[in-house]
Design a protein. Structure first.
Length: 145
């Protein structure tokens, strides 16, 4: 599976996971206030729709790369994809449910890093893989495929 397709699939997973998660049972007033503000901007339906759109676009976008594409070719293609879909990827991060927002941010930062674009954080491979696994599991449980 191509790195971008993995990211898009992971992002789709994030959308559905949020929809399945219930209220934050935290006893902290500050945490509850933060969760309330985040919930106001989170939109699981929109998030899920965006992940589907991005997955479809990613399949089209990367269909020209063959199995024998070099890492430099993947990096260049990923950079073009991120540039082309910057607005959608930013919206995806904004509407991500609070429960998975960190994972979405991790995956997007990792994608930017792989594409050779500026990123505010470095994402260790193990952290990216763990975020991806959580997203995929959430997607499987919650998104209509």
């Amino acid at each position: 599976m191509r790195p971008t397709t993995i990211l898009i699939t992971s992002l789709a997973t994030l959308t559905l996971t949020l929809a399945a998660c219930g209220d934050d049972d935290s006893d902290s007033g500050a945490t509850t206030a933060t969760a309330t503000v985040a919930a106001a901007t989170a939109d699981a339906d929109r998030y899920c729709a965006l992940t589907r759109e991005l997955d479809t676009e990613g399949e089209k976008f990367f269909s020209g790369l063959g199995e024998d594409a070099s890492p430099k070719q993947y990096e260049a293609a990923e950079r073009r994809f991120i540039t082309r879909f910057t607005r959608e990827l930013e919206e995806l991060e904004q509407v991500a449910p609070q429960q998975i927002k960190r994972d979405v941010g991790t995956l997007l930062a990792g994608q930017r890093e792989r594409a050779g674009l500026p990123s505010t954080t470095t994402v260790p491979e193990s952290e990216g893989s763990a975020a991806e696994s959580r997203i995929q599991a959430w997607d499987k449980r919650n998104c209509d495929s």
